[in-house]
Structures are given as C-alpha cells and as structure tokens.
Design a protein around this ligand. Structure first.
Ligand SMILES: NC(=O)c1ccc[n+]([C@@H]2O[C@H](COP(=O)([O-])OP(=O)(O)OC[C@H]3O[C@@H](n4cnc5c(N)ncnc54)[C@H](OP(=O)(O)O)[C@@H]3O)[C@@H](O)[C@H]2O)c1
Length: 235
C-alpha cells in the first residue's frame, strides 16, 4: 500500500468512467470492489488485480443479486469509505413517444432502481460504522434537459432528488452527493454524440485523473451537495 488504503466500491467497472476510476484507485494502492454485467471483463480484472480486490458480475437492477454481492464485499473488506454509484445506461436518441418501452424501463431500472438497490444494501454497514461517502453519478442532464434524451434526463433528475433526500436522512459522519462528471468520451457519449462528436472530449482516463483525487477529499461537510468534477467540460 502506498497510502492509507481506502475501501472503495464502484458500480459499472467494465468500461468508461467506472473502469478508469477503478484503475486509478488500484494504481494508488486502494482496495477496490466493483461490479458490471460483462462476465469476461470482470474475470480479466480479477486475474489482473488479485484477491485483495473484489470484482463481480452483477446487474445492479437485480436487487437480490446486489444483496448477495454486497454481503460478499462487506465480508471481504468491510464497509466502503467511498461508494460510487456509477453504473448507468442511456436509450437510443429518440423523442419520448418513440422510446421503446423496454428501453425506457431499462434506463429507470438501472439508473434509478439500481442505485437504490446498491444504497439499500451498503448503507446499513456504513451507518453502523458511522462514516463513508456516497457519490451518486448524475449528469448535466440531471440539472438541465435536451431533446431526444428524455428517459435519461428523467433518471438523472431522479438521482439528484434521491440524493438530496438521502442526505437529509443520513446520520452525522456520512455524506451523500450527486456528481455531474462532465462530458467524457466513452461508449455512452458516443451513443448520443456519435464517435466524431465524442472525440473532442477528454478520455475516461483523463477524467479519472481529475475525479479520483477530488472524490477522496469529500466528507461530511459536503453532504447534500450537487457537485461537478473540476477541470472537465460540462457541455
Ligand atoms: N460519458 C459522459 O459524458 C457522461 C456524462 C454525464 C454523465 N455520465 C454518467 O457517468 C457514468 C458513467 O458513464 P460512462 O460514460 O462511463 O458509461 P459507459 O461507458 O456506457 O459505461 C457504463 C458502465 O456501467 C455498467 N453498467 C450498465 N448497466 C449496468 C447494470 N445493469 N449493472 C451493472 N453495471 C452496469 C457497464 O457495464 P456492463 O455493460 O458490463 O454492465 C459499464 O461498465 C454514468 O452514470 C453516466 O450516466 C456520463
């Protein structure tokens, strides 16, 4: 360990911001647990980083799977110091009335209910210990809107509201914040901006260099804040 080795849990670690943030913290010597649905990538991460860390193939939209995963993580290294609810999906660009039911449902199930499932199972241990920071990843589209992304906007505005209410419920010593990560060139951005449009934005690795240290400085004084990662473009 090169530092005080925090316990960090991140959802959505198979690619994009979640993967880059996990790798940033692993390189800094922190203990990282994470999940994503793609089994092969989870296995690669396990093989590469060894048993000190904990990677699992879990769909955050499945409350029972999240419960089992949470028990494993808590048994492995205790309550997280930092819990980043990063996993999310976006529907194909379309006006609201043309978004297929299954795509709308997926956005709500993963982005809102998935975040709630993770919180439901991790928070009791964090509350019992009396410390820890929850970062619920929101979006510029959690604070503003654009056409063709209504389901995603609905889900991220929900994240902002859910986080504010949670912050009012948490006991002293803990914090919950909503985080606009900025605009980052990931598969999700390419899906709505196209490859060329997305290419002008920072990479997930550049984002993690900015977000990683920023998130580790958060504490009880930040409870309830709607934050934005400094140094990353927001539109
Ligand atoms: N990129 C941007 O410009 C931008 C802007 C604003 C906000 N955000 C937010 O930032 C976060 C990261 O986005 P990103 O751009 O890195 O997206 P991304 O490249 O699409 O990565 C999303 C990650 O979430 C995982 N995931 C999706 N559904 C999941 C589920 N049901 N259970 C578990 N894991 C799941 C994916 O893994 P599997 O597919 O393997 O499950 C993947 O690892 C998201 O909350 C997003 O809304 C991004």
């Amino acid at each position: 360990m090169k530092n005080d080795g925090r316990n960090i849990v991140i959802t959505g670690i198979s690619r994009g911001c979640g993967r880059a943030l996990a790798e940033h913290y692993l390189a800094q010597g922190h203990r990282v647990a994470g999940c994503a649905r793609t089994q092969e990538i989870v296995e690669e991460l396990r093989a590469e980083h060894g048993p000190l860390h904990h990677f699992a193939a879990v769909d955050v939209a499945d409350d029972e799977a999240v419960r089992v995963w949470t028990c494993d993580v808590l048994a492995h290294f205790g309550a997280p110091d930092l819990l980043v609810n990063n996993a999310a999906v976006i529907a194909e660009n379309a006006p609201l009335w043309e978004i297929p039911v299954y795509e709308f449902d997926d956005v709500i199930d993963v982005n809102i209910k998935g975040t709630a499932h993770v919180l439901r199972h991790f928070l009791p241990a964090m509350i019992h210990r009396g410390s820890g920071v929850v970062v619920n990843v929101s979006s510029g589209w959690g604070r503003s809107t654009s056409p063709e992304v209504a389901a995603y906007c609905a889900s991220k505005w929900a994240i902002e509201g859910m986080t504010q209410a949670l912050a009012q419920e948490l006991p002293r010593g803990l914090a919950a914040v909503a985080l606009n990560p900025g605009v980052i060139n990931t598969e999700m951005l390419q899906r709505c901006f196209g490859k060329e449009g997305a290419a002008q934005y920072p990479s997930a690795q550049q984002w993690a260099e900015a977000a990683g240290p920023y998130l580790l400085k958060l504490g009880p004084k930040d409870n309830g804040k709607a934050l934005t990662v400094p140094g990353i473009p927001v539109d």
